[in-house]
Design a protein around this ligand. Structure first.
Ligand SMILES: Nc1ncnc2c1ncn2[C@@H]1O[C@H](COP(=O)(O)OP(=O)(O)O)[C@@H](O)[C@H]1O
Ligand SMILES: [Mg+2]
Length: 260
């Protein structure tokens, strides 16, 4: 039986489109032109050297930055102002230290004007989903790095965005924990059917998670290569690494990255 993600991927309408998009910061040509379409329900990974404009691409979708040329469309309409349909998760977890775990997760729901009863039931449900039930009253300083990232994910999950923008979210976690988080992200993606754009400089992470990996060139950031990751799902994060196809994708992407 097709799960939510499968149904969602079958829809062909793009969720995000960059059309000849360019970004400038003063006299610096940061990006472009970039043309790329992200399908509804797709898991797209973006890799590229530091400073090539990966975060900038996400900011365009989030609506916190305007292109200097070309267009950025979300659901077929130009992004105009802050995009409320996306959830943004970065390496820094942005938890408010004076709010409990529960208080932090409530915050975006309060902004969006959800009634109190609805907020309470969503908070309970997402804490269970990310394995943090029982930590409602804890403060951020009492939690480990992995738990804090789960709070970030729960906070986003609570308002069920159509699209998750993730900017190197696990960059500060140790290798074992990162594998755990990969399993959790894949489960989340299957359950929600949401679109994911996941920036990373970890090739393993990109190949493990994504349907497609986009390689961005050095500045000005342009699309250098797009690779379909044709590995069966559900994927096992450990078994995958000994799959010969995994090694072939790694080599292809590594060569395109042009790391000196
Ligand atoms: N607000 C800004 N003002 C000026 N320059 C910026 C700004 N944001 C990013 N840049 C520059 O644009 C380039 C792309 O940045 P960024 O998207 O953060 O790269 P990446 O995430 O790939 O490391 C970098 O050279 C960076 O210094
Ligand atoms: Mg960045």
């Amino acid at each position: 039986m097709p799960d939510a993600a499968q149904r969602s991927r079958d829809r062909t309408a793009p969720m995000i489109e960059f059309k000849g998009t360019r970004v400038r910061f003063g006299s610096l040509d940061a990006i472009g032109p970039v043309s790329l379409s992200v399908k509804r329900g797709e898991f797209l990974a973006v890799i590229g050297p530091s400073g090539c404009g990966k975060s900038t691409l996400l900011n365009l979708v989030a609506g916190t930055l305007k292109p200097a040329g070309g267009e950025v469309l979300y659901r077929g309409a130009p992004v105009d102002g802050v995009n409320r349909e996306i959830g943004y998760i970065t390496q820094k977890n942005h938890c408010l230290p004076w709010r409990t775990v529960e208080g932090n997760i409530r915050l975006p729901l309060e902004f969006r004007g959800y009634p109190n009863g609805e907020i309470a039931s969503r908070v309970t449900s997402v804490l269970q989903q990310v394995g943090l039930a029982g930590f409602e009253k804890s403060y951020p300083r009492q939690l480990s790095g992995g738990m804090l990232q789960r709070v970030s994910i729960a906070r986003t999950l609570a308002y069920a965005p159509d699209t998750y923008l993730m900017d190197e979210p696990f960059g500060s976690l140790d290798a074992q924990l990162r594998l755990r988080m990969h399993e959790e992200i894949m489960r989340l993606w299957h359950q929600t059917g949401s679109t994911f754009v996941f920036v990373t400089h970890d090739l393993h992470e990109a190949i493990t998670l994504a349907d497609r990996v986009v390689v961005i060139s050095r500045r000005p950031g342009r699309i250098k290569l797009v690779v379909d990751i044709d590995l069966p799902r559900p994927r096992d994060v450990i078994d995958l690494q000994s799959d010969p196809r995994f090694g072939a994708y790694f080599k292809q992407l590594w060569d395109a990255l042009d790391v000196h």
